[in-house]
Design a protein around this ligand. Structure first.
Ligand SMILES: NC(=O)C1=CN([C@@H]2O[C@H](COP(=O)(O)OP(=O)(O)OC[C@H]3O[C@@H](n4cnc5c(N)ncnc54)[C@H](O)[C@@H]3O)[C@@H](O)[C@H]2O)C=CC1
Ligand SMILES: O=C(O)CCC(=O)C(=O)O
Length: 470
């Protein structure tokens, strides 16, 4: 368990990154930043900058669903935002009601922010996915509304990799079954079809953050590692990339999936893929429930082709914890699956460790706060990444203009015409697909000018959203 001191340390390292103007995502990976963090303060190149705020931060309303970690709540409370906190996800109709007047929403993997839901979010500025996956959000639609989406790209990767290692050993030794038997009084000391994992081959589908981390752990156990990915990725240790999924399937004793939910990964493993696997091999999935065709997996286990499976994710998952929530009504195959031998089922807990959750809470809450208070979109998954250096502490009458617009010619000219009575201190624009995001600091702005600037920008043809910070 992470101690309060460890959580404090994590918070401090994120704060250091924020002060240095780096993306939170760089904190644990960038050697430069860890070097910078160790420089005594008097030598630090960072300087204090003026805090920009949207307006009264007490007006910022944040809806946090799905038991987002307390570290995030502390960060938002520290900013003076109004936080509404719920442990579960919400059914669509309640979500639509709640989302109507909030500026930010924080979710994990279950809340579906579809176009239908987002259409009602009139004040929404930013979405935080307190997890890795972002498939639960309509990212394109959010961008078209001018809403940036942030996630935590790797804070729970290690936790998932460790769970998979535990499950590989558990499947090889039929631990789930032995434990259930003994819980009900049955002593069943057997070695038939129980194996060491040393010398066996692990096939990893998707060699990203989790797949690569797992590769290192598996080799430390003496396993051979093969991986298949749609892009060429440098192998860690002595792992080998194979060029086809079939090659991986035919050579592996354990096959584990670590791909995102996309059209291409839907039913990536189905009847033909199970048929291509070694007799008596094992299947693991802690990515998304759509990646494995579970009825086909049930048949492959029944026929003896597959010797066991460990699943953490399902096509339909209950909205909240509770007895009886995982049933045939939710997924038609549940009773059949649970009756099979050597099947380990976990309730989407791959990333559910104290370490991962507190780090995710800090990382995503920091990203959201920087976007709300400064307009910085670095690290967003659906938005052009734009940031400007901070203002000097003594700078007066400066306004930061955040202008999201359709990516068409002539917009910059129109906007700069409107801003031309003021000095443009600095300006940065970037585009991604159909949308563009422009950030400008203007000086010599009287309070009385602000409404006029806003109204003029608001009337421009290609505007998607505007925010003014001062
Ligand atoms: N069970 C849990 O609690 C958790 C589940 N996840 C899931 O795991 C997934 C993977 O996470 P990361 O490793 O962080 O993602 P990542 O983005 O770092 O890596 C994914 C890899 O899959 C590859 N890929 C994409 N499509 C592919 C295909 N059709 N065939 C083969 N490879 C393909 C990509 O090129 C990439 O290398 C996430 O998208 C998320 O859905 C993530 C964290 C926790
Ligand atoms: O812990 C969660 O709620 C979701 C974990 C997950 O699936 C992810 O990070 O993508």
């Amino acid at each position: 368990m992470a101690s309060p001191q460890q959580i404090n340390n994590l918070q401090n390292s994120f704060q250091t990154a924020v002060n240095l103007g780096g993306s939170p995502g760089q904190v644990s990976t960038s050697p430069t930043q860890s070097f910078m963090s160790s420089i005594p303060r008097r030598m630090s190149v960072s300087k204090q900058t003026k805090a920009l705020k949207p307006f009264s931060t007490g007006d910022i309303k944040i809806l946090l669903l799905e038991n987002v970690n307390e570290t995030a709540v502390e960060i938002f409370n520290g900013q003076g935002y109004q936080v509404e906190y719920q442990k579960a996800s919400l059914p669509e109709d309640e979500l639509i009601e709640k989302i109507k007047d909030v500026h930010a929403v924080g979710i994990r993997s279950k809340t579906r922010l579809t176009e239908k839901v987002l259409k009602h979010a009139k004040n929404l500025v930013v979405i935080g996915c307190f997890c890795i996956g972002t498939n639960q959000v309509d990212l394109d639609y959010a961008a078209k509304m001018g809403v940036a989406v942030f996630n935590s790209p790797f804070s729970n990767s290690r936790s998932v990799a460790e769970l998979i290692i535990a499950e590989i050993v558990s499947l090889a030794r039929q631990l789930g079954d032995r434990s259930i038997e003994l819980h009900t009084g049955t002593w069943n000391k057997v070695s038939n079809k129980c194996w060491e994992v040393r010398g066996k081959t692990l096939g990893i589908i998707g060699y990203g953050h989790i797949g690569a981390q797992l590769s290192v752990l598996a080799e430390a156990f003496g396993m051979h590692v093969l991986y298949y990915d749609v892009i060429t990725i440098m192998a860690l240790g002595t792992a080998k990339q194979v060029s086809t999924l079939d090659e991986l399937l035919s050579k592996s004793d354990f096959v584990t999936c670590h791909v995102p939910a996309t059209g291409e990964t839907k039913n990536l493993l189905s009847a033909p893929q199970f048929a291509a696997m070694k007799d008596g091999s094992y299947v693991l999935n802690a990515s998304r429930g759509t990646v494995i065709d579970i009825p086909a997996l049930v048949q492959a286990i029944k026929s003896g082709k597959i010797a066991g499976t460990a699943l953490d994710v399902y096509p339909n998952e209950p909205a909240k914890n509770g007895a009886g929530a995982f049933n045939d009504e939710l997924n038609g195959w549940v009773s059949e699956l649970v009756s099979l031998p050597n099947v380990i089922l976990t309730p989407h807990i791959g990333g559910s460790t104290e370490e991962a959750q507190s780090a995710i809470g800090i990382e995503v809450a920091t990203g959201l706060t920087k976007y709300i208070n400064e307009g910085c979109s670095v690290g967003s998954v659906n938005f052009p990444e734009v940031a400007l250096r901070g203002l000097d502490l003594d700078q007066e009458n400066v306004v930061r203009v955040l202008y999201t617009h359709h990516n068409v010619p002539g917009v910059l000219k129109t906007v700069n015409n409107i801003l031309s009575n003021h000095n443009i201190e600095k300006q940065f624009s970037d585009s991604q697909g159909e949308i563009a995001y422009l950030m400008t600091d203007i000086s010599s702005v009287n309070q009385s000018d602000i409404k006029d600037i806003y109204d003029q920008l608001n009337a421009t043809e290609y505007k998607i959203s505007i925010r003014l910070l001062y």
